[in-house]
Design a protein around this ligand. Structure first.
Ligand code: PMP
Ligand code: GLU
Length: 407
């Protein structure tokens, strides 16, 4: 018998690659919130970006039907042909993007699509441009690829959007890719056609790839969604367009995202995926097919409800003198500046950062919000309003009560 004492002592070594990253702060906060809720604590969850609506029935039925019919085996690792064709139709009809089915890859969520794209576009030492504030996973994905995240700081003056000038200044001979996100998580900013054209010119001039994350496309309250690559045929050659069903169809748990792009890049992403996850779940693919080809009313109903919530939460936040909050045009987040609270204290606890403020709000008011540090800015808090109007009201009442105690 081999005893553990006989085994040669080996230091536990975690790879440098893994040590360079941390857990997703949004998912970590969500886990903590759900744990508290399980213990019976009444937390208002403004934390995670996840629609509270149920997945529409016709989508669920398609999945149940798939199970009943035994559609429960491996599929082509890039996704079933019908779904890839549905993606090409969606891109063509809604976004003006003419991809062929071999230019589409279906993955395990848009997060996986972006990860695949970063992995095949970036080598060690390359630089990836990431506008700040950014979605939490972009820098970590870039680091996992061995590349370097280069941050482009934006300000509320430009609506938290990158301008062609800011972009030009950040470019070096090592720049490989720009990760663009409109509508944006966490700011809700939506780029206009003109703004995107300016960015496109710079990218084309310098031969920079663009990963265009358009996951919040369906959640726009003012203005229109413009797909970056639709602006000119040349952009189709340098852009990976990413979308998915999580946000638009309330399908976060089903894990289906998809990407369109130049054939060679999509093939490289597909090869990578074939060794990492094989196909996305067969049943979820059938559900996503029903989502993309089904009625659009549930979508519009959800958008209208999100707009009502946005109007309410923005109005409440703008009435709080400690907050500076603009009205975002898309997604389901507000991103108020709370820097006026830094240095003050609540119940004897000094607010030294937005992270400390978020902790205080969870402890004292039982509301979960994500500190701006997770998105690269220290002056803000992110509130997801993907929860019912009633809960938003309750959460804002609790917030107001805590703010009254600030000294
Ligand atoms: N991009 C952004 C900006 C997001 O907020 C999310 C939400 N998690 C994703 C991509 C990934 O979405 P999913 O993997 O659920 O499709
Ligand atoms: N995108 C969502 C958010 O930002 C989900 C969490 C995650 O995928 O990290 O909250």
């Amino acid at each position: 018998m081999i005893c553990s004492t006989d085994a040669p002592k080996k230091e536990m070594k975690i790879s440098e690659r893994a040590r360079a990253i941390g857990a997703s702060p949004t998912l970590a906060l969500d886990a903590r919130t759900k744990e508290l809720q399980k213990q019976g604590v009444d937390v208002v969850n403004f934390g995670v970006g996840e629609p509270d609506f149920d997945t529409p029935d016709h989508i669920k039925e398609a999945a149940i039907d798939a199970i009943r019919k035994g559609f429960t085996k491996y599929t082509p690792s890039s996704g079933i042909v019908e779904l890839r064709e549905a993606c090409t139709r969606k891109f063509r009809e809604e976004n003006g993007l003419d991809y062929k089915p071999d230019q589409i890859l279906v993955s395990v969520g848009a997060k996986h699509s972006i990860y695949n794209a970063v992995m095949v576009l970036c080598d060690a030492g390359d630089e990836a441009l990431i506008p700040v504030p950014y979605w939490v996973s972009y820098p970590e994905m870039v680091k996992l690829a061995g590349a370097k995240p280069v941050y482009i700081e934006t300000t509320p003056d430009t609506g938290f959007k990158v301008t062609p000038e800011m972009l030009s200044r950040a470019i070096t001979p090592r720049t490989r890719v720009l990760i663009l996100n409109s509508p944006s998580n966490p700011t809700g900013a939506v780029y206009t056609r003109e703004e995107l054209s300016g960015i496109a010119e710079v990218c084309l001039k310098h031969g920079i790839w663009v990963i265009s994350d358009e996951i919040y496309e369906k959640l726009i309250y003012e203005g229109e969604h413009v797909s970056f690559a639709s602006l000119s045929p040349e952009l189709m050659n340098i852009t990976i367009t990413v979308n998915g069903v999580s946000k638009a169809y309330a399908m976060t748990g089903w894990r289906i995202g998809y990407a369109g792009g130049p054939k060679e890049v999509i093939k490289a992403m597909a090869d990578l995926q074939s060794h990492a996850t094989s196909n996305p779940t067969s049943i979820s693919q059938k559900a996503a097919l029903a989502a993309l080809t089904g009625p659009t009313e549930p979508l519009e109903r959800m958008r209208q409800e999100f707009k009502r919530r946005r109007d309410y939460i923005v109005e409440r936040a703008q009435r709080m003198p400690e907050f500076r909050c603009s009205t975002p045009s898309g997604a389901f987040y507000i991103y108020p500046d709370v820097s006026g609270l830094i240095g003050k204290s609540v119940g004897g606890k000094v607010i030294t950062s937005s992270s400390v403020l978020a902790e205080i709000l969870l402890d004292k008011a039982r509301i979960a919000v994500v500190p701006g540090e997770a998105f690269g800015t220290s002056a803000n808090l992110r509130f997801s309003y993907a929860t019912s109007l009633e809960r938003i009201k309750e959460g804002m009442d609790r917030l107001e009560a805590v703010l009254h105690e600030v000294r």
